[in-house]
Design a protein around this ligand. Sequence first.
Ligand code: CU
Length: 662
Amino acid sequence: MTFTKYILTSLMASAMLSTFHACKPKGAGSAVSGDAAEKVYVAPGKYDEFYNFVSGGFSGQLSVYGLPSGRLLRVIPVFSLDPEKGWGFSEETKPMLETSHGNVPWDDLHHVQLSKTDGNYDGRWVFVNANNTPRIARIDLTTFRTAEVLELPNSGGNHSSPYITENTEYVVAGTRFSVPLDGESGDVPINTFKKNFRGTLSFVSVSKDNGNMELAFQIETPGVNYDLSRAGKGTSHGWFFFSTYNTEQANTLLEVNASKNDKDFILAVNWKKAEEYLKAGRGRKVTGLKYAHNTYDEKSHTAKTTFNTETVVLKAEELEGLCYYIPCPKSPHGVDVDPTGEYIVGSGKLAAVIPVFSFAKMQKAIQEKQFEGKFGGIPIIKYESALYGEVQKPGLGPLHTEFDGKGNAITSFFVSSELVKWNIKDLKVLDRTPTFYSTGHLMIPGGDTKNPDGKYVIAYNKITKDRFLPTGPELAQSAQLFDISGDKMQLLLDFPTIGEPHYAQAIKAEKVKDKSVKIFKIEENTSPYVAKGDKDARVERKGNQIHVYLTSIRSHFMPDNIEGVQLGDEVYFHVTNIEQDWDMPHGFAVKGAKNGELLIMPGETQTLKWIPDRVGVFPFYCTDFCSALHQEMQGYIRISKKENNVPLIYSLGTNQPQEKTN
Ligand SMILES: [Cu+2]
């Protein structure tokens, strides 16, 4: 087996090398045809047609591009500190990074899912996953800011996530790493994987009114690795499909030991049935857990963390009709459902074919019990009984498939570094085009919905040797845009990305753009630290805490001279931006602060904590260029020795009150 694996590995390696060599001669020069520039040119002052939400991978953030131009519009901080926006640095945003492990300042953001109504994007929210410390975040598309983060218990690497059902009933997360469950002792020998390690699938409900997430239930399964997943839709609505690997249940040298089986599984879950079992009280209540739920309130402009302690677990092997395995060659990555919901495509990253399963055949097989035994107590449907057919000789290393809405699928191939278009009905390959290089995920706008917009496909490439000007040892990973409106895919554009672009989604701009919040109304600001106008601006001492209630407006802070603070004090700058004008944030920074800046939107209050470490006079200033007199937007705070007689005073413009200050 090991020998076969090594042959396979070297075969792949040589295929990858030959891909590089084979592709280079027909590289950028010849791969781009004459009208490409015209097709991606968005004239100055014009808007793009799509918003493209792209995973930032190990940056922990989400980036937003315009399509077709590839212009970077915004980086939305989610799981990682972002000094540019003060995310995780202001007192108000710190709770958003809270977890059962404490404040975690980073994560690995892989997948992006736009909220759906009736199987189509509704433009309300984007959900993203944290792969390292398992979490799901919800970004509000009126503010383009992270509104909520929910930690997941009983999970070890939240990779198969955050996939969404047809009406955003649930955001679903399968654990990448099986682990001993949180409620039980995890202090077990690692080589007891088969006995003690379990896989969990988390179903997180989403409120239709405000998007709030709650962990509704988890399904406990045998210990395997979950990779990706997709909800059924249309005819298969009510089902969820998860790709698994390491069905060998290895706990060491997975590159060999988890690649032994010819087939792993797609796990089909009947989540409507799960709801019935829950109602019937068949779930097991698990207590003594700890997982964080962080929410950001745009009225108080403040995040809070609550810790949950319970969940309900359904044990798959004990509940008939809940789960079925479908064999799938070989270590599948993508499991993708076509726009009708009838066809389920498995992309085995070590497989030589692409299997397409039929939902109708699968249902028939279940009814007729066409099983080939069980795995961990869960029935395995016979491969042929669920199979619609195989795409033959598609390429090497299929990873992920999306749909063009015209009866075709496009699959990305990492090893042979290409996109391959094939017909869903007759499974014939129609077209193939090289990518530069080694594509992971691909994306068609709406490509996982009932109504894809089959105009473009984007390949998200892992390797970009020779595509951009050299920038030292590391080169930006890239997005590569192709026109798919004709029979042949046409390369249009490369653009660099932030971190590692795993998955991405794109939505028509008109579904989002008119809902954009432009300011926060100052009269609706309920922050306990707001200063709604200069009359509220003040400095107060509470023990060793100094609370500075600052207002900012073009082009001054009120107050801008502060004295009477002493070493040992903690200073809290509560800055309210009292502007009520779109695109008019102010920043705030103070010398020596072991912190980021604040970036405060119009009508918002944010707080910077600063512990002075020496005596002196310290300037603070606005960091975001706001007016012709931005350079004048500054102030001073004086720090005196402990036990002095400098009174606490503050002023703007008047040097009042005229206290004597030694
Ligand atoms: Cu300013």
